[in-house]
Design a protein. Structure first.
Length: 70
C-alpha cells in the first residue's frame, strides 16, 4: 500500500510512504529514486494508493495522479 504525504510548509504532495509486511519506507517524488520508479509502476499495475488523508483512490484516480508526475 502507498500513501501520499503533503509537505507541511508548502501543502504540496512531496513524498510517498510505502507499507509492506510491517516495514515502512518513505521516499520523495524524485524520478532519480528507484523506489519512486517502482511506486509508479506498481500503482499503474493496480497497487493501492491512498491520498494524503488516507482515503483509497480508485484506479482511475491513481492513474490520473501518476500521469501528472515526472
Amino acid at each position: 500500500m502507498y500513501k501520499l504525504n503533503k509537505d507541511a510548509i508548502t501543502g504540496q504532495i512531496s513524498s510517498v510512504t510505502k507499507t509492506e509486511e510491517g516495514l515502512i519506507t518513505c521516499f520523495p517524488l524524485n524520478p532519480d529514486n528507484t523506489d519512486y520508479q517502482t511506486f509508479k509502476k506498481e500503482v499503474l499495475a493496480g497497487a493501492e494508493l491512498q491520498d494524503d488523508t488516507g482515503n483509497v483512490m480508485t484506479q482511475a484516480e491513481a492513474d490520473a495522479f501518476i500521469a501528472t508526475l515526472p
